[in-house]
Design a protein around this ligand. Structure first.
Ligand SMILES: C[S@@+](CC[C@H](N)C(=O)[O-])C[C@H]1O[C@@H](n2cnc3c(N)ncnc32)[C@H](O)[C@@H]1O
Length: 287
């Protein structure tokens, strides 16, 4: 079954079974049981999504009909280990030293704030703000910070497409993890991030490691899984907002670069994360 479903590979003589090379880090990680747990969660809103394809059906599904974000915290817990976060920080020129010295950092769409907590715990001289549109994640993030005794981190409700007016040029570093493709207007979110970032400083986004042209993703074993999550969650929930672009999780690196440039960013570079599914995109707001 797993060979014919392209999950496993088989030797020429049909006697040996192998995991595809590019997926070994995922299948062999401690996140694997969580990823398989995604299957029933993803299937949950199936009927609602099918309604969207009907004549005069809804444009998208309400975020409440999907449980993906609720279990996303579990996978993030596994994915955002210190090694991954440290690599991410070293991909940004000068950032490690700046964090040690003390800077102001914003994470947008922080969810339960796993990444922000771990980074904040390593850099006590820096101040960290996490924002998310959902109050349940903001409350969970603040509760965790209290329990861990972290005094340099706060979470607040915030829409990345409409950040506070008095945040112009406020932050030394802005980052987000698996968020921009979920936003109803990614271009607007990037413009807002550009506005709140200080000139000469960097923005990082962790995104899905796919190309914009589907043909270029045919050989990537994880592509079908991501398109499936996107159809039933990312794109479906984004399209519920009238006027949404709904780029989906597979908007791809070429489209990401173009959207960053339109928002004003330059010096765009792509970095591996140790997880074949995720890519780290670094960009800069020039002086
Ligand atoms: C896939 S989850 C990622 C959460 C977290 N960054 C992580 O990697 O674990 C996407 C997050 O974006 C948040 N979100 C969606 N639309 C948003 C918006 N317009 N402004 C801010 N956050 C938003 C959701 O509430 C959710 O927490």
């Amino acid at each position: 079954m797993m060979v014919t479903a392209n999950i496993m590979e088989i030797s020429e003589d049909g006697t040996n079974y192998f995991l595809p090379k590019d997926l070994r880090p995922v299948y062999c990680s401690s996140a694997a049981p969580l990823l398989t747990g995604f299957v029933p969660i993803i299937a949950g809103p199936f009927e609602n999504v099918m309604d969207c394809f009907k004549k005069n059906g809804p444009a998208g599904i309400l975020p409440e009909s999907s449980k993906v974000d609720e279990i996303a915290d579990g996978t993030s817990e596994m994915e955002y280990n210190w090694e991954m976060l440290k690599d991410m920080i070293f991909n940004v020129p000068g950032l490690f030293r700046q964090l040690e010295a003390g800077i102001s950092v914003l994470e947008v769409g922080s969810g339960g704030g796993i990444a922000l907590h771990r980074i904040a715990a390593h850099f006590p001289n820096s101040r960290f703000v996490g924002t998310d549109i959902a109050s349940k994640y903001v409350d969970a993030g603040n509760k965790m910070a209290r329990e861990e005794g972290l005094k340099n981190i706060t979470f607040q409700i915030g829409d990345v497409t409409a950040l506070p007016n008095d945040w112009d040029n406020k932050f030394d570093y802005v980052f987000c993890m698996k968020v921009i493709h979920d936003i109803w207007k990614p271009g607007l979110a990037l413009k807002e991030i550009f506005r709140v970032l200080k000139p000469g400083h960097h923005f990082s986004m962790i995104e899905i490691n796919l190309h914009s042209n589907v043909r270029d993703n045919i050989d990537m074993s994880f592509a079908a899984f991501n398109y499936c999550i996107s159809l039933n969650h990312c794109m479906a929930t984004a399209l519920a907002t009238p006027g949404a672009e709904g780029v989906g999780a597979g908007w791809g690196k070429e489209n990401m670069k173009a959207a960053l440039e339109v928002a004003g960013f330059s010096d765009i570079s792509f970095h591996e994360t140790g997880n074949p599914i995720l890519v780290h995109v670094v960009s800069k707001k020039r002086m």
